[in-house]
Every structure is written in C-alpha cells, then in structure tokens.
Design a protein around this ligand. Sequence first.
Ligand code: COA
Length: 250
Amino acid sequence: MSGAVLVADEGAVRVIRLNRPEKKNALTLAMYADMMGALQEANERDATRCVMFAGSPDVFCAGNDLADFLKAAQGGGLDPRANEFIHALAHNEKPLVAAVNGPAVGLGTTMLLHCDHVVAGPKTMLSTPFLQLGLIPEAASTMLAPLRMGHARAFSLLVMGRPLSAAEANEAGIVNTVVADPAAVDDVAFKAAQEIAGLPRHALAVTRKLMRGRVDEVLRQMDAETAHYKNLLQSDEARAAFQAFFARKK
Ligand code: COA
C-alpha cells in the first residue's frame, strides 16, 4: 500500500479513504493499484457487505495526478493501472457508498457514477474538465452520465466542464443526500453503508446486479473511451494544458 489510500474494515463496511491531502487527493498510479486491490479483496471477503469511498474533510479527489499525465504526454504512454481500477469499479459486486466534500474533479466525479449511494457536504463541487484538458471523459461516463441525468445536463457537465454543486448534483441524480454540516458527511455516509450492509445478503446482491444492467456494455464503453484517451494524451493541446496547470502559480 502507498499510504495515500487507507483501507479499514469497520464491521461489515470496508472504508477506502483517499489520503493525499497535500495534493488534493490527486490519484497516482500506486493509488489506483491500492484502490483496485481493496475492491477486489472486498469482493472476496465474505464479511464485507458494503464499501465506502471517502476523501479528506476539504477535498474528495482532484482526479488523475497531472504530473503523471504530463509524463504520459511526454512519451511515457498511458499506464494500465487507472484502466484496471475503473474496470474493477465496473466488476465490483459489493454496494458502493461515497462520502464527498470539496472538489471532486475528473475521475473524482466519474467514479461517483459507479456508486450506489452518495452523500455530499456543502462544499462539494463536481467537475469534469476533460475537454478543457484536451482529453475526453472516461470510466464509461459518456454512457452513464446521460443515462443518469439526461443528455443536456450530461453535456453541460462532461463536455462544457460546468461544475455541479451538491444541490445540483442531488437534482441531477448523482448525489442522494446533501448534508449541511461538513463534519457530518462521513458519519452520514457510514450510517447509510451500515444500513445497506444490514440488508439480506442474497436479495441485495441480486437486486443490485439487476439494477446495474450489463457490465460488459460498461466495460466496452470504458475501452472505447480509453482508446481515444490514449491518443489524446499525446496531443499538443493536452501537453500544453498539463504544463499550464503546473505553471499557474509561477
Ligand atoms: N495532479 C497533481 N497535483 C495536483 C492536482 C492534480 N490533479 N490537483 C491539485 N494538485 C496539487 C497542486 O499542484 C498543489 O501542489 P503544490 O502545493 O505542490 O503546488 C496542491 O495540489 C494544492 O492544489 P491547489 O490548486 O493549490 O489547491 P486549490 O484548493 O486552489 O484547488 C483543485 C484545488 C482540485 C480545484 C485544483 O488543484 C485543481 O483544479 N486541480 C486539477 C484538477 C484536474 O484537472 N484534474 C484532472 C482531471 S482529468
């Protein structure tokens, strides 16, 4: 484990916490591997009935580490670990809860489309500036977001890069519960996870599977997105956008 992802089993709930606050929980390759391993173990671990993703009090996740993207853009190519993590999200069998406060950028937002129950604090801001970075949306969000919120709202989020507040994400069907007190977000999400974990196991597994539709379609969409993503990562536009991010404070 990298230390930037903390995994704790609290009764029947496995908590996967992003713990790289100094970089706004931006996801490194090691963090993808940690999260994938934690999900796979949760699938295999009989005692785990529900998984909860959590971030830091003031940030959920700043998306992919842009330094890694810059390396990929400068010729390193796309490491498979991010793709393996999103595949694990699609294959995951246990219900997923997320506790979100502060920014959730890029995959920080699109991973929520794979969650079954999302609790958001007052400072939540979901955004997917993929096109602004010269990229395209990933994690099957080009399929899941329009299904969830309709084409027009998905276009505004995914293509135009317009962020959603907690209330707007609730209205759009991504967030279940908006919590006024930022300090209560994790607790409210954990209670929901416990509630889900306490449901009859077989009925829960079967219902969730029926509700989520066909995993192979989600995986196909992910792979189609990734094929474009890989090429776009090497583009001049993307490279310039990553460099601009790191030059912004100079
Ligand atoms: N990759 C790498 N480092 C990141 C990062 C990312 N995605 N997001 C933030 N960081 C780093 C910053 O470089 C900064 O590091 P430094 O202190 O060494 O300079 C630190 O985290 C704090 O970020 P900062 O931008 O100062 O915080 P903020 O509160 O003003 O803004 C965000 C927070 C998340 C809104 C902003 O950092 C941001 O937009 N990040 C980029 C998100 C992004 O485009 N992700 C890719 C999506 S595909």
